[in-house]
Design a protein around this ligand. Structure first.
Ligand SMILES: Cc1ncc(COP(=O)(O)O)c(C=O)c1O
Length: 341
């Protein structure tokens, strides 16, 4: 493909297409009816991903949103409250589904690039009193997309987990990009796993699978989750082909996330001297958020990029988000450098 024809898609890490190796692995999968509990490849995936985080069990779900929503439903009762950061995906981008599915209110805190502090959380747990709605869940995101791919340090995570235990509150992790966090920090996944009652991990973001997420937890929790997934219409049949893609992704595509992080860093550097940039937010994982001078029209800028084969999404009023991934390579980085003024 000539440089001119090259399309550079930085809208999300969910835009990747399965590699030939992944497709071959998918074609060889042994499958069965998973609603009847007969798909061996799904069972293999669920065991494998639970084991990585030291959890007892896992459930393969069609999407990260469904896995988050099942977790909220299981960890809370109607009329209760969960604590989230105001920049979290669950708070901003799940289409009102927390209210719709679980009738739970969200107390949103102003954290540091999407990371809530243990003190702030402590101060926002409601007293156990008939006047208040009970605080029964805390959800962290790691990495935080809207924080420019920011990550919690493991000590804060452990402190928050301890606070949750002391107050009989369930801890949930939105780990759509938890493997980016693991590669960046070097923290053992079981240390992260020990901080949470439920964890959602995505296979279709940086790991490059065509779809799917898993919800992790104790055996009893996941048995309840399995029923809820069915209730929500998420029971899947010969889905081992897609579980095989996720297994391949776990085996082959975690370590390489480091390359995406390096390319995101180089990408951020390209914008350093551009007059229309007010600020660059990039925490060293695969996300770069550009704040654009309000005098410049984001939509015109994106139209101009689009004409050059560069795709990106507006992210708030004056921001553009760029996400690196498996299908973004060094040639694209060079083309970007050459074609952006
Ligand atoms: C942080 C985070 N959580 C959850 C999700 C939801 O995942 P899905 O698109 O598979 O529903 C996303 C999707 O982009 C995300 O970025």
């Amino acid at each position: 493909m000539s440089k001119k024809e090259m399309i550079i898609d930085l809208r999300n890490d969910s835009v990747t297409k399965p590699s030939i190796g992944m497709l071959e692995h998918m074609m060889l999968a042994k499958v069965g009816d998973d609603v009847l509990g007969e798909d061996p490849t799904v069972a293999e995936l669920e065991k494998k991903v639970a084991g990585i985080f030291g959890h007892e069990a896992a459930l393969f779900c069609p999407s990260g949103t469904m896995a988050n929503q099942i977790a909220i439903n299981i960890n809370t009762n109607p009329g209760e409250e969960m604590i989230v950061d105001r920049n979290s995906y669950i708070y901003l981008y799940e289409g009102g589904s927390t209210a719709f599915n679980s009738q739970v209110s969200m107390r949103s805190l102003e954290g540091d690039h999407g990371r809530m502090s243990p003190l702030d959380i402590t101060e926002n747990i409601n007293p156990v009193d008939i006047t208040y709605n009970r605080t029964t869940m805390i959800a962290l995101e790691h990495t935080v997309t809207k924080g420019g791919g920011s990550l919690y340090d493991i000590d804060s995570m452990k402190q928050i987990s301890q606070i949750a235990k002391e107050n009989n509150i369930k801890m949930h992790l939105d780990g759509a990009r938890v493997f980016n966090a693991i590669v960046k920090s070097g923290v053992d996944p079981t240390e992260i796993g020990s901080c949470f009652d439920t964890i959602m991990v995505c296979f279709s973001k940086g790991l490059g699978a065509p779809m799917g997420a898993a919800l992790l937890g104790k055996k009893g929790t996941i048995a309840r989750a399995r029923r809820l997934r069915k209730v929500m219409g998420g029971g899947m049949r010969q889905v081992g082909y897609l579980a095989a893609a996720a297994i391949y992704a776990l085996n082959k595509n975690i370590k390489r996330l480091d390359i995406d992080h390096k390319r995101a860093n180089e990408l951020a550097n390209i914008f350093e001297d551009k007059g229309y940039i007010d600020n660059i937010l990039a925490a060293g994982t695969n996300i770069v958020i550009l704040s654009i001078d309000p005098k410049v029209s984001i939509h015109e800028l994106l139209r101009d990029w689009n004409a050059k084969g560069i795709k990106a999404l507006p992210y708030g009023k004056n921001e553009i988000r760029l996400v690196t991934h498996m299908d973004f390579n060094d040639d694209m980085l060079l083309k970007l450098r050459d074609s952006l003024v």
